[in-house]
Design a protein around this ligand. Structure first.
Ligand code: EPU
Length: 425
């Protein structure tokens, strides 16, 4: 098992870049199922989760191929006219986003058998809204032996009103609606940039979608879609994490390709802590003060503050001058990093959805354990600031969503390395 060892060594400085967005790549790869032929996706991050999604499609009979060397972020995928419309338990249990194949399979092949995802470290994460949305388009759905079995001769347009805002739920229903007969309205839709990006790709395939990025999406169903060549947007959460690396070390980092409109709430909070954040020609620059100021924050659906940046901001605020209050409104159990940050000297108490973070001038390095993807990132950030050595175990969580984070940080001056950790669990 790998671990990451960091020795805090002062300000990080220089130019780095954000890779392609994991949470945009996942639905886009699934959407290839809607259009037989050969697709080319560019700026595809080399991540465990992204590779799992290609594996899910390959298991069904598609052929994905990642190019090598400088072109390794280009992936081609050949989708045959007939696939085996099944996502098995062994793959879905390693990545719940595999459920994103449900909508496209149903729309294009009339049936889908997809293992029901279980809960995960951050919450129960049911998919009732995905299923309700597909049913509103005429799908017959049964749950049997741990699988969702869905059927429909041809989906019919309808009105889908989500009871809660769901990102992958919106994406699943959107992918189903593009080949349905007639018009679909998706109400209370997620407005995340990744949803807009998926709609952009589907429209490139020949779909007729308007309103993506607002809370009502209108889809006029078409009979057929064609393959695309598309470059995926930059990862706003990776970009945000790199900006926090500047903030927490009092450094100065330019993150190229970061899109300011996608990161507005994060930039606002960084500014409120005393960072100087500027928008440059092709990216965002953050210059951290010698010590940040406390700020309060609440996670919300986009355009609110993203839950996927909560753990990273908590690491930053653990070093602030003053007390911050963080409220997590999206997931019920997304404070798993708190116990580990405390091991590094952070003063944080949690009561339900609220965490009170009393800033400490200097965290101290310690062996800590990652519990999920963004928690791992927060521990790496804390390690960059801490006095002494931090060893972050269970780095496989980090590798699910960050493309060689330690290499990017090292190039900015961090004392960081990946080691084999035979004792790691
Ligand atoms: N929810 C339901 N029923 C549903 C769907 C969602 O009750 O049918 C609830 C969830 O339990 C949660 C809330 O609604 O409390 C929001 O969940 P959402 O469905 O929006 O989350 P998701 O689509 O499963 C995506 C990202 C997550 C990100 C969330 C929130 C992907 C592949 N994943 O998950 O990313 O945290 O949206 O923005 O897009 C990450 O990258 O680290 C990550 C966890």
């Amino acid at each position: 098992m790998d671990a990451i060892v960091i020795t805090g060594n002062g300000p990080l400085e220089g130019v780095t870049h954000a890779s392609g967005a994991k949470n945009a790549a996942l639905p886009i790869i699934a959407s290839a199922l809607l259009a037989p032929g050969e697709h080319t996706f560019r700026n595809v991050p080399e991540l465990v989760d992204v590779n799992t999604m290609f594996k899910v499609l390959d298991t069904m009979g598609c052929e994905s191929h990642r190019l090598e060397g400088k072109k390794k972020n280009i992936v081609t995928i050949k989708v045959p006219t007939n696939v085996t419309p099944e996502a098995p338990y062994d793959l879905v249990r390693t990545m719940r986003a595999s459920v994103l194949v449900l909508g496209p399979l149903l729309a294009r092949y009339g049936r889908a058998r997809v293992s029901m995802p279980g809960g995960c470290a951050i919450g129960a994460r049911p998919i009732d809204q995905h299923l309700k949305g597909l049913q509103a388009l005429g799908a017959e759905i049964e749950l049997s032996e741990g699988y969702v079995e869905a059927r429909a001769k041809r989906l019919k347009g309808g009105v889908v009103t989500f009871d809660c805002i769901t990102v992958t739920g919106t994406e699943n229903v959107l992918m189903a609606a593009v080949l349905a007969k007639g018009r679909t309205l998706i109400e209370n839709a997620a407005k995340e940039p990744e949803v807009e990006e998926l709609a952009r790709v589907l429209n490139k395939m020949g779909a007729q979608i308007s309103g993506a990025g607002s809370d009502v999406i209108t889809v006029d169903g078409v009979d057929d879609l064609h393959p695309v060549d598309h470059a995926i947007i930059a990862d706003r959460i990776e970009a945000g994490t790199l900006l926090v690396a500047a903030a927490i070390t009092g450094g100065d980092i330019l993150v190229k390709h970061a899109v300011p409109e996608h990161l507005e709430p994060v930039l606002q909070k960084l500014r409120a802590t005393g960072c100087i954040v500027t928008v440059e020609a092709d990216g965002i620059r953050c210059k951290g003060p010698s010590r940040v100021q406390a700020v309060d924050l609440k996670t919300q659906e986009h355009p609110g503050f993203p839950t996927d940046m909560q753990a990273q901001l908590m690491a930053l605020l653990a070093t602030a001058n003053g007390t911050s209050v963080i409220t997590e409104n999206i997931f019920e159990n997304r404070y798993m990093h708190v116990a580990e940050l405390r091991r590094m000297g952070a003063d944080i108490t949690v009561d339900g959805h609220t965490a009170v973070v009393r800033g400490t001038a200097r965290l101290s390095g310690a062996p800590v354990m990652a519990t999920d993807l963004r928690a791992s990132a927060s521990l790496v950030l804390a390690g960059l600031h801490a006095e002494g050595k931090t060893k972050v175990g269970r780095v496989y969580h980090l590798d699910r969503g960050y493309e060689r984070l330690e290499k990017k940080l090292k190039a900015l001056g961090a004392n960081i390395r990946r080691i084999k950790d035979p004792g790691g669990t």
